[in-house]
Design a protein around this ligand. Structure first.
Ligand SMILES: [Mn+2]
Length: 275
């Protein structure tokens, strides 16, 4: 009866990774599956990758890993918008960059007779945003890949869907986008021809999150981005993307100047304290 833990969109949150692995330590997990975006948005990228490697997981890259391994060494310099990405690029070891370069963006594997299609966005594109209601895509995936279980990530919104005898799962993220402040991951038990799926929620407090980020080396490089992340954890709302959308809406050019002006305005509009 293989027991599988599925962990997606870690976004370099070592605090949640520790809590998750602590929860799983006596659960006799046979296989870990990690569907990408393990790095960036945090300050312990090497620790996260080194910890993941020790799990000997089935692992793929998300868009964040691709951005880091394909970075040209120029575009993010002196940019507030990309300061967090640059932090990851600058601190991630050569060895870990090389490790990520060996990974693909989707994978087909068979575990205990079940054929899995593992992807970040989808096997078609790393940034696809697949929802539990996307039955047209599910039908196409069945036709193109002929798998039993399809795993997605990237949206940070968990779903579990059975369609035409196949199973489609997103286990969510450590960085929630469901207005509920919990980190989520999946536990899958294969029992003969049956599967038993459970979405696990890991709790944290606003204090823990604030203590983790405020004053960190990442916070020192990009306090604005860290503030958006902290509130994202506290409220389960994707403020990082929403702030970029806000800047695009209100300013012709997005540069450090409009970031500096736009950030306090945005935070005031959303009634979010700046830490
Ligand atoms: Mn992603």
């Amino acid at each position: 009866m293989p027991k599988i833990a599925i962990i997606n969109d870690i976004h370099c949150n070592y605090l949640m990774l520790k809590k998750t692995l602590n929860y799983l330590k006596d659960k006799n997990i046979d296989k870990y599956i990690i569907c990408g975006d393990s790095i960036t948005d945090g300050y312990e990228n090497n620790l996260v990758i080194d910890t993941i490697k020790k799990l000997n997981p089935i692992i793929i890259n998300g868009n964040r890993e691709l951005s880091i391994i394909n970075y040209n060494g120029r575009d993010w310099q002196n940019s507030l918008q990309y300061a967090s990405m640059l932090y990851t690029y600058d601190t991630l070891s050569k060895e870990n960059k090389e490790y990520l370069k060996t990974l693909s963006t989707y994978k087909i594997v068979t575990i205990a007779g079940f054929k899995f299609c593992i992807s970040h966005g989808s096997p078609y594109h790393v940034r696809d945003l697949i929802k539990g209601t996307d039955t047209k895509t599910f039908a196409k995936l069945i036709k193109d890949f002929n798998c039993d279980i399809y795993l997605f990530a990237h949206t940070h919104k968990p779903f579990y869907k059975e369609f035409k005898g196949k199973t489609f799962i997103n286990v969510g993220s450590f960085l929630p986008a469901t207005k509920k402040p919990v980190a989520t991951f999946g536990h899958l038990l294969i029992d003969g021809k049956k599967i038993n799926y459970e979405l696990i929620e890991i709790n944290y407090t606003a204090e823990e999150i604030k203590n983790y980020y405020i004053g960190s080396p990442l916070y020192q490089k990009c306090p604005e981005w860290c503030n958006l992340l902290i509130w994202e954890y506290i409220n389960g709302i994707d403020y990082c993307n929403d702030f970029i959308k806000y800047l695009n809406k209100h300013y012709k050019i997005i540069d450090n100047n409009t970031w500096k002006i736009g950030f306090p305005k945005y935070m005031a509009e959303k009634q979010l304290d700046i830490f």
